[in-house]
Design a protein around this ligand. Structure first.
Ligand code: SAM
Length: 284
Protein backbone atom coordinates (compact mmCIF):
# COMPACT_ATOMS: atom_id res chain seq x y z
CA UNK A 1 0.00 0.00 0.00
CA UNK A 2 1.28 3.46 -0.91
CA UNK A 3 1.83 5.43 2.32
CA UNK A 4 1.37 9.14 2.90
CA UNK A 5 2.59 11.41 5.70
CA UNK A 6 0.21 13.69 7.57
CA UNK A 7 2.47 16.61 6.57
CA UNK A 8 2.16 15.71 2.85
CA UNK A 9 -1.64 15.48 3.06
CA UNK A 10 -1.93 18.79 4.96
CA UNK A 11 0.29 20.52 2.39
CA UNK A 12 -1.31 19.10 -0.76
CA UNK A 13 -4.90 19.56 0.49
CA UNK A 14 -4.40 23.09 1.89
CA UNK A 15 -7.23 25.29 0.57
CA UNK A 16 -9.03 22.39 -1.13
CA UNK A 17 -12.81 22.94 -1.16
CA UNK A 18 -12.29 26.37 0.45
CA UNK A 19 -13.22 28.36 -2.67
CA UNK A 20 -16.22 26.43 -4.03
CA UNK A 21 -18.09 23.26 -3.14
CA UNK A 22 -20.38 23.29 -6.18
CA UNK A 23 -18.76 20.12 -7.56
CA UNK A 24 -20.08 18.24 -4.50
CA UNK A 25 -23.72 19.11 -5.33
CA UNK A 26 -24.66 15.62 -6.60
CA UNK A 27 -23.69 14.11 -3.24
CA UNK A 28 -26.77 15.88 -1.78
CA UNK A 29 -24.88 16.26 1.48
CA UNK A 30 -27.62 18.16 3.29
CA UNK A 31 -29.94 15.14 3.06
CA UNK A 32 -27.46 12.49 4.27
CA UNK A 33 -27.77 10.69 7.62
CA UNK A 34 -24.69 8.48 7.57
CA UNK A 35 -21.58 8.94 5.45
CA UNK A 36 -18.51 6.74 5.15
CA UNK A 37 -15.29 8.41 3.91
CA UNK A 38 -13.03 5.57 2.75
CA UNK A 39 -9.26 6.20 2.69
CA UNK A 40 -9.97 9.28 4.82
CA UNK A 41 -6.30 9.75 5.79
CA UNK A 42 -6.09 12.73 8.14
CA UNK A 43 -9.75 13.55 7.49
CA UNK A 44 -9.32 16.33 4.92
CA UNK A 45 -12.58 15.41 3.15
CA UNK A 46 -14.32 14.18 6.32
CA UNK A 47 -14.11 17.72 7.71
CA UNK A 48 -15.86 19.12 4.61
CA UNK A 49 -18.54 16.38 4.82
CA UNK A 50 -19.22 17.33 8.43
CA UNK A 51 -19.46 21.01 7.59
CA UNK A 52 -21.88 20.40 4.72
CA UNK A 53 -24.17 17.85 6.39
CA UNK A 54 -25.83 16.88 9.63
CA UNK A 55 -24.69 13.31 9.07
CA UNK A 56 -22.55 11.08 11.24
CA UNK A 57 -19.27 10.63 9.36
CA UNK A 58 -17.22 7.45 9.63
CA UNK A 59 -13.64 7.70 8.35
CA UNK A 60 -12.06 4.40 7.31
CA UNK A 61 -8.35 4.04 6.58
CA UNK A 62 -5.81 1.25 6.59
CA UNK A 63 -3.15 3.56 8.08
CA UNK A 64 -3.78 3.89 11.81
CA UNK A 65 -1.18 6.71 12.18
CA UNK A 66 -3.21 8.89 9.79
CA UNK A 67 -6.45 7.88 11.53
CA UNK A 68 -4.95 9.07 14.83
CA UNK A 69 -4.37 12.51 13.26
CA UNK A 70 -7.95 12.53 11.89
CA UNK A 71 -9.24 11.69 15.36
CA UNK A 72 -7.22 14.57 16.82
CA UNK A 73 -8.42 17.03 14.15
CA UNK A 74 -12.07 16.00 14.05
CA UNK A 75 -12.71 14.42 17.42
CA UNK A 76 -14.23 10.99 17.73
CA UNK A 77 -13.61 8.18 20.17
CA UNK A 78 -11.38 5.16 19.90
CA UNK A 79 -11.49 2.97 16.83
CA UNK A 80 -15.16 2.14 16.44
CA UNK A 81 -14.74 -0.93 14.27
CA UNK A 82 -16.29 -3.25 16.84
CA UNK A 83 -19.43 -1.15 17.13
CA UNK A 84 -21.82 -0.44 14.34
CA UNK A 85 -21.89 3.29 13.96
CA UNK A 86 -25.20 5.03 14.26
CA UNK A 87 -25.61 4.48 17.98
CA UNK A 88 -27.47 7.18 19.89
CA UNK A 89 -24.34 8.45 21.61
CA UNK A 90 -21.77 7.96 18.84
CA UNK A 91 -19.63 11.01 18.07
CA UNK A 92 -20.28 12.70 14.72
CA UNK A 93 -16.86 11.56 13.46
CA UNK A 94 -15.77 7.98 14.03
CA UNK A 95 -12.38 6.72 12.87
CA UNK A 96 -12.34 3.05 11.83
CA UNK A 97 -9.28 1.03 10.83
CA UNK A 98 -10.01 -1.08 7.77
CA UNK A 99 -9.27 -2.01 4.20
CA UNK A 100 -11.25 -0.40 1.37
CA UNK A 101 -11.71 -3.78 -0.27
CA UNK A 102 -13.10 -5.42 2.92
CA UNK A 103 -14.90 -2.66 4.77
CA UNK A 104 -15.61 -3.61 8.40
CA UNK A 105 -19.16 -2.28 8.07
CA UNK A 106 -22.60 -3.85 7.58
CA UNK A 107 -24.53 -3.90 4.29
CA UNK A 108 -26.58 -0.72 3.70
CA UNK A 109 -25.41 0.95 6.93
CA UNK A 110 -24.75 4.33 5.26
CA UNK A 111 -26.56 6.41 2.67
CA UNK A 112 -23.33 7.72 1.08
CA UNK A 113 -19.95 6.03 0.74
CA UNK A 114 -17.32 8.37 -0.70
CA UNK A 115 -13.56 8.56 -1.17
CA UNK A 116 -11.07 11.23 -2.14
CA UNK A 117 -7.79 10.32 -3.88
CA UNK A 118 -8.13 6.66 -2.84
CA UNK A 119 -8.92 4.82 -6.09
CA UNK A 120 -5.80 6.23 -7.81
CA UNK A 121 -3.76 4.44 -5.15
CA UNK A 122 -5.33 1.00 -5.51
CA UNK A 123 -3.98 -1.67 -7.89
CA UNK A 124 -7.59 -2.32 -8.99
CA UNK A 125 -10.37 0.09 -7.93
CA UNK A 126 -13.22 -2.31 -8.78
CA UNK A 127 -13.25 -4.48 -5.58
CA UNK A 128 -13.35 -1.27 -3.49
CA UNK A 129 -16.23 0.13 -5.56
CA UNK A 130 -18.16 -3.13 -5.02
CA UNK A 131 -17.64 -2.70 -1.28
CA UNK A 132 -18.85 0.91 -1.46
CA UNK A 133 -22.03 -0.30 -3.19
CA UNK A 134 -22.54 -3.02 -0.57
CA UNK A 135 -22.24 -0.61 2.37
CA UNK A 136 -24.28 2.25 0.88
CA UNK A 137 -28.05 2.08 0.61
CA UNK A 138 -28.17 5.05 -1.76
CA UNK A 139 -25.14 6.94 -3.19
CA UNK A 140 -21.54 6.11 -3.95
CA UNK A 141 -19.07 8.88 -4.84
CA UNK A 142 -15.40 9.28 -5.70
CA UNK A 143 -13.32 12.46 -5.85
CA UNK A 144 -10.28 11.45 -7.89
CA UNK A 145 -7.47 13.57 -9.36
CA UNK A 146 -6.58 13.43 -13.01
CA UNK A 147 -2.83 13.68 -12.55
CA UNK A 148 -2.20 13.64 -16.31
CA UNK A 149 -3.90 17.03 -16.65
CA UNK A 150 -2.14 18.99 -13.92
CA UNK A 151 -1.10 22.51 -15.02
CA UNK A 152 1.83 24.41 -13.49
CA UNK A 153 3.09 27.95 -13.97
CA UNK A 154 6.02 29.42 -12.05
CA UNK A 155 8.35 32.41 -11.92
CA UNK A 156 11.17 29.82 -11.95
CA UNK A 157 10.99 28.81 -15.62
CA UNK A 158 12.79 25.50 -15.29
CA UNK A 159 10.36 24.43 -12.56
CA UNK A 160 7.66 24.16 -15.25
CA UNK A 161 9.76 22.07 -17.63
CA UNK A 162 11.25 19.87 -14.89
CA UNK A 163 7.86 19.18 -13.30
CA UNK A 164 6.43 18.21 -16.66
CA UNK A 165 9.42 15.87 -17.28
CA UNK A 166 9.05 14.30 -13.83
CA UNK A 167 5.26 13.94 -14.18
CA UNK A 168 5.63 12.18 -17.54
CA UNK A 169 8.20 9.70 -16.16
CA UNK A 170 6.18 9.18 -12.96
CA UNK A 171 2.93 8.49 -14.84
CA UNK A 172 4.73 5.93 -17.00
CA UNK A 173 6.46 4.32 -14.00
CA UNK A 174 3.68 4.17 -11.41
CA UNK A 175 1.88 0.84 -10.99
CA UNK A 176 -1.62 2.19 -10.29
CA UNK A 177 -3.66 4.43 -12.59
CA UNK A 178 -3.01 7.84 -11.02
CA UNK A 179 -4.78 9.59 -13.89
CA UNK A 180 -8.09 7.75 -13.49
CA UNK A 181 -10.02 10.96 -14.07
CA UNK A 182 -12.96 10.47 -16.39
CA UNK A 183 -12.63 6.67 -16.48
CA UNK A 184 -14.11 6.54 -12.96
CA UNK A 185 -17.62 6.99 -14.45
CA UNK A 186 -17.17 3.91 -16.65
CA UNK A 187 -15.99 1.90 -13.64
CA UNK A 188 -19.04 3.04 -11.66
CA UNK A 189 -21.36 1.77 -14.43
CA UNK A 190 -19.44 -1.54 -14.67
CA UNK A 191 -19.98 -1.96 -10.91
CA UNK A 192 -23.75 -1.70 -11.49
CA UNK A 193 -24.18 1.88 -10.24
CA UNK A 194 -26.83 3.88 -12.08
CA UNK A 195 -27.56 7.54 -12.80
CA UNK A 196 -23.79 8.22 -12.90
CA UNK A 197 -22.78 11.90 -13.04
CA UNK A 198 -19.44 13.67 -13.06
CA UNK A 199 -18.43 17.22 -12.21
CA UNK A 200 -14.92 18.62 -12.14
CA UNK A 201 -13.36 20.53 -9.27
CA UNK A 202 -10.18 22.45 -10.13
CA UNK A 203 -7.99 22.57 -7.06
CA UNK A 204 -5.85 25.65 -7.55
CA UNK A 205 -2.76 25.86 -5.38
CA UNK A 206 -1.22 29.32 -5.35
CA UNK A 207 2.15 30.19 -3.86
CA UNK A 208 2.75 33.90 -3.45
CA UNK A 209 3.81 36.28 -0.70
CA UNK A 210 3.19 36.17 2.19
CA UNK A 211 4.43 32.56 2.10
CA UNK A 212 2.97 30.16 4.63
CA UNK A 213 4.62 27.19 6.35
CA UNK A 214 3.48 24.78 3.60
CA UNK A 215 5.07 26.95 0.89
CA UNK A 216 8.35 27.16 2.78
CA UNK A 217 8.38 23.41 3.45
CA UNK A 218 7.63 22.60 -0.17
CA UNK A 219 10.51 24.85 -1.35
CA UNK A 220 12.83 23.22 1.18
CA UNK A 221 11.88 19.76 -0.11
CA UNK A 222 12.65 20.88 -3.67
CA UNK A 223 16.08 22.19 -2.69
CA UNK A 224 17.00 19.03 -0.75
CA UNK A 225 15.58 16.67 -3.37
CA UNK A 226 13.25 15.09 -0.75
CA UNK A 227 10.13 15.81 -2.81
CA UNK A 228 11.60 14.00 -5.80
CA UNK A 229 12.90 11.11 -3.68
CA UNK A 230 9.32 10.32 -2.68
CA UNK A 231 8.80 9.16 -6.28
CA UNK A 232 12.22 7.59 -6.73
CA UNK A 233 10.95 4.02 -7.22
CA UNK A 234 8.54 5.04 -10.00
CA UNK A 235 11.06 7.36 -11.69
CA UNK A 236 13.83 4.77 -11.67
CA UNK A 237 11.53 2.40 -13.58
CA UNK A 238 11.65 4.86 -16.48
CA UNK A 239 15.07 6.50 -16.16
CA UNK A 240 18.57 5.07 -16.18
CA UNK A 241 20.61 5.60 -13.06
CA UNK A 242 22.58 8.47 -14.62
CA UNK A 243 19.39 10.07 -15.99
CA UNK A 244 17.84 9.94 -12.49
CA UNK A 245 20.99 11.42 -10.89
CA UNK A 246 21.12 14.23 -13.48
CA UNK A 247 17.42 14.97 -13.01
CA UNK A 248 17.86 15.07 -9.23
CA UNK A 249 20.79 17.49 -9.57
CA UNK A 250 18.79 19.81 -11.84
CA UNK A 251 15.78 19.48 -9.53
CA UNK A 252 17.78 20.57 -6.50
CA UNK A 253 19.26 23.51 -8.42
CA UNK A 254 15.74 24.52 -9.38
CA UNK A 255 14.73 24.17 -5.70
CA UNK A 256 17.55 26.47 -4.64
CA UNK A 257 16.34 29.05 -7.18
CA UNK A 258 12.84 28.77 -5.69
CA UNK A 259 14.25 29.31 -2.18
CA UNK A 260 16.26 32.30 -3.46
CA UNK A 261 13.24 33.93 -5.15
CA UNK A 262 11.23 33.31 -1.99
CA UNK A 263 13.83 35.09 0.12
CA UNK A 264 13.38 38.13 -2.16
CA UNK A 265 9.57 37.80 -2.13
CA UNK A 266 9.57 37.29 -5.92
CA UNK A 267 8.47 33.66 -6.15
CA UNK A 268 5.03 32.87 -7.54
CA UNK A 269 3.62 29.52 -8.59
CA UNK A 270 0.18 28.29 -9.60
CA UNK A 271 -0.75 24.62 -9.89
CA UNK A 272 -4.17 23.41 -10.97
CA UNK A 273 -5.15 19.80 -10.28
CA UNK A 274 -8.47 18.67 -11.80
CA UNK A 275 -10.46 16.35 -9.51
CA UNK A 276 -13.34 14.43 -11.09
CA UNK A 277 -16.27 14.08 -8.69
CA UNK A 278 -18.25 11.02 -9.78
CA UNK A 279 -21.55 10.04 -8.15
CA UNK A 280 -23.69 6.95 -8.80
CA UNK A 281 -26.79 5.39 -7.29
CA UNK A 282 -26.96 1.88 -5.84
CA UNK A 283 -29.44 -0.35 -7.66
CA UNK A 284 -31.91 1.07 -10.13
C1 SAM B 1 -3.84 10.22 -1.10
S1 SAM B 1 -4.40 9.73 0.45
C2 SAM B 1 -5.94 10.56 0.51
C3 SAM B 1 -6.40 10.86 1.91
C4 SAM B 1 -7.66 11.71 2.01
N1 SAM B 1 -8.80 11.06 1.41
C5 SAM B 1 -7.43 13.06 1.37
O1 SAM B 1 -7.97 13.33 0.29
O2 SAM B 1 -6.65 13.84 1.93
C6 SAM B 1 -4.92 8.04 0.21
C7 SAM B 1 -5.39 7.39 1.50
O3 SAM B 1 -5.90 6.09 1.22
C8 SAM B 1 -5.43 5.20 2.23
N2 SAM B 1 -5.44 3.84 1.63
C9 SAM B 1 -4.69 3.38 0.62
N3 SAM B 1 -5.02 2.10 0.33
C10 SAM B 1 -6.02 1.76 1.20
C11 SAM B 1 -6.79 0.59 1.39
N4 SAM B 1 -6.61 -0.50 0.64
N5 SAM B 1 -7.74 0.61 2.35
C12 SAM B 1 -7.94 1.71 3.12
N6 SAM B 1 -7.24 2.85 2.99
C13 SAM B 1 -6.29 2.87 2.03
C14 SAM B 1 -4.06 5.71 2.60
O4 SAM B 1 -3.64 5.27 3.87
C15 SAM B 1 -4.29 7.22 2.55
O5 SAM B 1 -4.77 7.71 3.76
Amino acid sequence: MRRFSAEYLARTRAGMWADSRAALADLALDSRDRIVDVGCGTGELSGVLREESEAEVVGVDADTDLLAVAREELGGGDDESDDEFGGADSPDFSPVAGDATRLPLRDDCADLVVCQALLVNLPDPTPALREFARVSSDLVAAVEPNNAEVGVDSTVDREVTLESQVREAYLAGVETDVALGETVARRFRETGLSDVRTRTYYHEKRVEPPYDEHHVESARQKATGEGLDRHETELRRQLTSSEFDALRREWREMGREVVGQMADGDYRRVEVVPFEVTVGRVGG
